[in-house]
Design a protein around this ligand. Structure first.
Ligand SMILES: Cc1ncc(COP(=O)(O)O)c(C=O)c1O
Length: 372
């Protein structure tokens, strides 16, 4: 059985250069970066160099980067941190109906603490209309959180327009960029965001590390209280090992040229599927405002999980789940208004640096055989 990995939106392998950068910190440099003696020197310098590498990718200052345990923590820190810091100003948060659970659940949690949350609709391609942000604004709005690119269908949101509207109302803007970093430009000034989350393991760094960009002048309440690590925004001894991994991955991600090859493969994949299956296959997501690596397609009238089950060795994801014999569409496809007979046949293929043309050809062949 040939193994083919087309699930890079779920997680990426660690880039060999990232692993090499981390190795000395696994083996030798064990010092606590906050200590005042020789054992701390290398760890502290590496931690700060890594912070600089993350900042360079996002085009911000090093002191605007807070290392976290991943995308979920970064999102929680942004949402809970902003809510708690701005409680006196208001309690209203605006977000969308297609966010990752790492936004959905903190919003639900904050509702239990008294927040009011507006979840904006999206169109059939998964895009939010910035005017909806304007219409949802109230004098009590304190935060808007709109994901940069969707993990399931890859649709890219009009972040600059949404952020501009938030700022016109004096409201903070957060984006979950866990899926977009390293795939499309994520310059915080071009995006005009105040808070931005990233996740290492979507970016060829290890799992268990991420970062939150916090624009200078924006104060957030920490989730973890303790000693004053990370500028008082996240207590806990920093892992130089993980930070170095994320830093190196961010340095590599500044070069988006490898994504052109991935985009070509992804486009070729979609063309081959259309040629093979005609109108029995439908694209979920935006035809152009979409991540270069993400191809979410529905095999109409079929069940995605069953198709994947026949593609032995092919790692990809489905857009629906089967609960007690009933097919349930993912909330993202549902919010996009995808019909059940289309959505239940959804499969998300997500390509990455390691994907080859040959792998795509094999998957198209195998799909053709199994759907014959
Ligand atoms: C859009 C998005 N946000 C947040 C996360 C959570 O990141 P992590 O797994 O690092 O907590 C993911 C991971 O699937 C994601 O796709």
């Amino acid at each position: 059985m040939r193994r083919i990995y087309l699930d890079y939106n779920a997680s990426t392998p660690i880039d060999p250069a990232v692993a090499a950068a981390m190795k000395p910190f696994l083996e030798d440099h064990y010092g606590n970066p906050s200590s005042g003696h020789w054992a701390a020197t290398t760890a502290k310098a590496a931690l700060e160099a890594a912070r600089g590498q993350v900042a360079a990718l996002l085009d911000c200052q090093s002191d605007e980067i807070v290392f976290t345990s991943g995308g979920s923590e970064a999102n929680n820190l942004a949402l809970q941190g902003a809510f708690l810091a701005l409680r006196d100003k208001g309690n209203h948060i605006i977000t969308t109906r297609i966010e990752h659970p790492a936004i959905i659940e903190p919003c639900r949690f904050l509702e239990r603490l008294g927040a009011r949350v507006t979840r904006l609709p999206v169109d059939g391609a998964g895009r939010t209309d910035p005017d909806e942000v304007r219409r949802a604004m109230t004098p009590r709005t304190i935060l808007v959180s709109v994901m940069h690119a969707n993990n399931e269908v890859g649709t890219i949101q009009p972040i600059e327009d949404c952020a501009r509207i938030a700022h016109e109302h004096g409201v903070l803007f957060h984006t979950d960029a866990a899926q977009s970093v390293g795939k499309i430009p994520t310059d915080v000034n071009e995006l005009s965001v105040d808070l931005l989350s990233i996740a290492g393991h979507k970016l060829y760094a290890p799992k268990g590390v991420g970062a939150l960009y916090v624009r200078r002048g924006v104060s957030i309440e920490p989730l973890i209280h303790g000693a004053g690590h990370e500028g008082g925004r996240r207590a806990g001894t920093e892992s130089a090992l993980l930070a170095v991994g994320l830093g190196k991955a961010c340095e590599l991600a500044r070069d988006l040229a490898p994504m052109n090859r991935v985009r070509d493969l992804c486009d070729g994949f979609w063309q081959a599927l259309q040629k093979q299956f005609g109108n029995r296959v439908a694209l979920n997501g935006h035809p152009t405002h979409r991540l270069p690596n993400t191809l979410n397609v529905s095999f109409v009238g079929r069940i995605g999980a069953e198709i994947l089950g026949q593609l032995d060795g092919v790692a990809a994801s489905t857009g629906s789940a089967c609960h007690s014999g009933r097919i349930e569409l993912s909330p993202v496809l549902e919010a996009m208004g995808v019909a059940p007979e289309v959505g239940m046949g959804a499969i998300r293929f997500s390509l990455g640096r390691g994907t080859t043309r040959d792998e795509i050809e094999v998957v198209v062949e195998r799909l053709t055989e199994s759907l014959a």
